[in-house]
Design a protein around this ligand. Structure first.
Ligand code: SAH
Ligand code: SF4
Ligand code: F3S
Length: 482
């Protein structure tokens, strides 16, 4: 099926949902007119930016249905968990929360509980919830998010749990409207799914096969965002460097070309993207970052492990040397570039020497920030069946070793900013103090500063750094640039 045809079908399907939105809206308005208070929702999101973005779309639907945001989960009329399956911890939290809601729902039987997201794409999870958490009203997956209004509406007057999860290789419905959390920044999906099957990772099973959106749809969406005041977009995909591969021949463009096209959009200040897979990053992407004035000098390039032998077992398709060559090239082409990464500790068969290699890569690249993860066995992935699983205590010792290096380097990188002036896009006031404003540098550093107020939101300003911390910089407003 052509991409255009696919989008037409998606549009129809999304429009179909409007009648359910309307129906629930009327019910909720009646309730408001009678009781004087609004039906409320609480939405908890786990996982990556893909899930955050999906939650923005759920919020947009909920608000059109007339639900108001609840201040507490226990008091909400509707609780939704948008789940992540990437590590066991995230899953355990969801089970814990569902367990807690059991007694809450006993006292408030009208409460509705829905669970969606990546965990639900795994049949064993759905079975577990059906068996042990029978107070859940609705389960749906990552591929039928658009159908939420209809599914929610169907739960009313129904005793039994409603389960609707689509297969990973099924149809794709896209083009949903989303409630953008920030007026200044927005996420834009450029592709969905993942084809890489890293041996530890569940994402290809929960998000399906890789598919790219049409460049014109991406550009159209960004232009619309800009006309609504958005200044920064983050282009999202599990592996943005392979963007375009699934497009029809006549529409095919590469990620580097897409960056150059987005850079031409007037009114946009900053362009970011994630995630880049080292095996697919081309020199053209590096040149596009170098040449495009709006593309920020920041690269999130997960390496997972510095050990070439482990990388092979992880099915990552690059060596330690390949990775370091990319970093070298990026450093030589792009002055002031900052790097972040994901590191995995405790993959089956890992040795202390493998950790030495990981530390080497950290020392050589000098990441501004790094996310360190302890390997977690995921049912159905090849790594879960590998021999030589690493004992928990060894994983933790190695994790601490790597974390120490990572934290030292981040703090040193931040110290370099002491007494320097940095360019910041202002995002809002700090969570703790209303007279402190916050924003980010092009290198993705969080900067908190005094000397300005809410009127600076969306502006590019210069800040003099007075204090450096491990994870942020503090300073004072020098001038407003634009
Ligand atoms: N597509 C991105 C990563 C998405 S998942 C990429 O390839 O870079 C985000 C991170 O979670 C991964 O980079 C990895 O470090 C971590 N992760 C994935 N599966 C994991 C597992 N089974 N246990 C621990 N960490 C995991
Ligand atoms: Fe997971 Fe690998 Fe795909 Fe990233 S590239 S989402 S780590 S399978
Ligand atoms: Fe993201 Fe977690 Fe799903 S990392 S794609 S929300 S499994």
């Amino acid at each position: 099926m052509s991409e255009r045809k696919q989008i037409e079908i998606s549009k129809e399907k999304i429009e179909e949902q409007d009648k359910f939105i309307e129906l629930l809206h009327r019910t909720n308005e009646d309730y408001f007119n009678k009781s004087g208070s609004r039906k409320t929702y609480s939405l908890v999101t786990y996982g990556c930016q893909m899930n955050e973005h999906d939650s923005e779309m759920l919020i947009s639907m909920l608000e059109s249905m007339g639900y108001a945001r609840s201040i507490s989960e226990d008091k909400a009329d509707l609780v939704i968990y948008n789940t992540c399956a990437v590590r066991e911890n995230a899953e355990l939290k969801v089970y814990g929360n569902l367990g807690h809601l059991k007694s809450v729902k006993k006292n408030r039987p009208d409460m509705k509980i829905a669970v969606c997201g990546c965990m639900m794409q795994q049949p064993h999870v759905v079975e577990e919830i059906k068996k042990k958490y029978r107070h859940v009203d609705l389960i749906f997956g990552t591929h039928n998010l658009y159908k939420f209004p209809q599914l929610l509406s169907d739960t009313f007057g129904r005793e039994k749990m409603l389960v609707d999860v689509w297969d990973v290789d099924g149809e794709v419905v896209e083009g949903l409207k989303s409630d953008r959390k920030f007026s200044v920044k927005a996420f834009v999906n450029i592709m969905y799914g993942c084809n890489n099957f890293c041996t530890y990772c569940i994402v290809p099973y929960t998000r399906g096969r890789e598919r790219s959106r049409l460049p014109e749809d991406i550009i159209f969406e960004i232009k619309e965002l800009v006309s609504n005041g958005v200044k920064e977009v983050t282009l999202l995909g599990q592996n943005v460097n392979s963007y375009g591969k699934t497009l029809e021949e006549s529409k095919k463009i590469t990620f580097a070309q897409l960056l150059r096209e987005v850079n031409e959009i007037e009114g946009i200040e900053r362009i970011r993207f994630m995630t880049s897979h080292p095996k697919d990053i081309s020199d053209e992407v590096i040149y596009a970052i170098r040449d495009c004035d709006k593309v920020c000098e920041f690269l999130h390039l997960p390496f997972q492990s510095g050990s070439t032998a482990l990388l092979k077992k992880m099915n990552r398709h690059y060596t330690k040397e390949d990775y370091l060559n990319i970093i070298k090239k990026a450093k030589s082409e792009i002055p002031n570039i900052a790097f972040s990464t994901d590191i995995m500790i405790g993959f089956p068969g890992e040795t202390d020497a493998d950790i030495d290699d990981t530390i080497d890569v950290c020392e050589e690249t000098r990441y501004d920030s790094a996310f360190t993860f302890i390997y977690s066995k995921r049912t159905g992935t090849p790594a879960a069946r590998m021999e030589n699983q690493i004992p928990e205590d060894v994983k933790h010792q190695r994790f601490d070793r790597v974390l120490e290096v990572v934290n030292r380097i981040s703090a040193e990188k931040n110290e370099e900013y002491d007494s320097k002036i940095v360019e910041v896009l202002v995002e809002g006031s700090s969570k703790k103090y209303s007279d402190i404003m916050t924003g980010k540098t092009r290198q993705n550093k969080t900067v908190n500063f005094t000397g300005g107020g809410e009127d600076l939101v969306g502006k590019i300003v210069n800040i003099l750094i007075k204090e450096t911390r491990s994870f942020s910089l503090n300073g004072e407003l020098v001038e407003i640039i634009r």
